[in-house]
Design a protein around this ligand. Sequence first.
Ligand code: CTP
Length: 476
Amino acid sequence: MFLDLIQQSEICTLLAETAQKMGLETYLVGGFVRDQLLKRPSKDIDVVCVGSGIALAEQVAETIAQRKGYKPQVAFFKNFGTASLVFGDWQVEFVGARKESYSRESRNPIVENGTLEDDQKRRDFTINALAISLNKHNLGALLDPFEGVQDLKRKIIRTPLEPDITFSDDPLRMMRAVRFASQLGFDIEADTFEAIKRNKERISIISQERITDELNKIIRSNPPSYGFKLLFYAELLHIIFPEMVALQGTEMKEGKGHKDNFFHTLQVLDNVAEVSQDLWLRWAAILHDIAKPATKRFSEKVGWTFHGHEEKGAKMTPQIFRKFRLPMGEEMRFVQKLVRLHLRPIALVKETITDSALRRLLFDAGDDIDSLMKLCKADITSKNYAKVQKHLQNFAKVEQKLIDIEERDQLRNFQPVITGELIMEVFGLSPSKEVGIIKTAVREAILDNILNNELEPAYAYMLAEAKKLGLEPLQK
Ligand code: CTP
C-alpha cells in the first residue's frame, strides 16, 4: 500500500484530490511506481486516468493555482491525448487510458479509450506496468496484473504481452529492455530475449536520435559492458553499431594470435567507468581501437599489427559521431583527440623517457591530459594479473614524471610566443608551407628546451630558421 506516499507527497495529494473531485478514475503508473518500489529517486510522474488526460491536467493546474497562487502552464498534444505540467521539481505527464499501444513518441495518434488494464498491458515491461490508485475506495493500492513486483524481486525484464506484440508496437523497446537490464542489473527473460533476436531488424524504423539516447543510457550504466554484451548477443549491435562488432574475434596464423578487440574494448570501457562518469571519456574508450579491423596486417616477423589504428580511428570518430547524431563540437573533438593520442603515454613506458617526449605529450593533450591518462591506464588489460600490475607500476612512473614536468614548466596551456600571424607579418608571407615550417621549428625548440618561450630569444630563433629557407624580414 502506498497511502503514506500519497499523504506525504504534496504533488500526489494534489493529484488524488483533483481526480476525486472530478470523479475521474486515476492512477500513478510506469517508471515512477517502479522507482518507488526500487527506492530510486525519481522526479517524473506518469498519471493515467480513465477519461481525458488533458482535462485532468488542466484541473490539476487549477487546483495548484487556488492553493499556491500561481498556475503552471499545461503543455498538451491533442492528437495523442497527452498533457504535462511542472510543479516544483516534478515533471508530471498525464494520459487517458487506451486500448492501443502506449507510445508517447509514436507518430500515429492513438484514440481508442480503454480501461486501466488495457493501458497496463500495452506498456513495455511488467516492471513498468504497475499502477497506484489515486481513487477514494482503494487509495494507495498497488495494481499489478502482470506480476511486476515479483519481476522486480527476481530482477527480470519481461513484457506483459507476447513479446512479439510488445516489440512490434514500438521496436525501440528492444533497446529499452537492454537499457533497463543494464541500469538495474537485471536479466532479460528468455522469451523476451529471443523475441528481441527475432525482431531486431525492426529497429531500423526507429529514429537515430531515440536509439542513440538509449545507447547513451547504456553507456552511462555500470558496468556498461553488460548492456553491450546483451546488445551483441541479441544481434542488435550488428545493426546499430557494426563498426564495433567488427572488433570481435581472434585469428591465428603460424602460431600467432591476437586478442579479441571487442571484449578488450568492453574491458577498457568498464575500467574507465570505474573511475569516471564522463560520457565522452566512455565514448573514447569505445572508439579507441575502432580502426583495428581496418589496419590489421600480418607479417611473419612480428605477427599481427594494427599500425596507424589511432590515426585512422581519429578519422573515423567524426563519421561515427555524425551517424549517431552525437554533438560534433567540443565533445567530438575531445573523443577524437583521445583516440589519436591513446598510445602515446604507453609508448613512454617502454623507452627511457626524455623530458622533451613528456613535454610534447603535455603540449598535444593540453587540458585533456588527465582524461587521456585515465584512458591509457584503463587500456592496460591482460589475463595475466602480474603483467597488468607491472605495467601499471611503470605507468605510474610516467604519471609522476608528467606531474613533475607540468609543475616545472606549466606546459598544459602553453602557446608558443611566435604565432603564424607574426611570421607572416615579419616576412610578408601569406599562409603557406614556409609559415608552418618556421612555426613548427620554433615550437619544437621550445619543447626540446633549447629555447625559452620568451619573445626575444624566440624571435631570434625564428629569424635564423627563416634564413635557412632563404627568407629575410621585411625592412621597416
Ligand atoms: N513506455 C512504454 N513504451 C515505451 C516508452 C514508455 O510502454 N517505448 C511506458 C512505460 O510504462 C514507462 C512509461 O511509459 O514506464 C514512462 O516512460 P519513460 O519516461 O520513457 O521511462 P521510465 O520508465 O519513466 O524510465 P526512465 O525515466 O528511466 O526513462
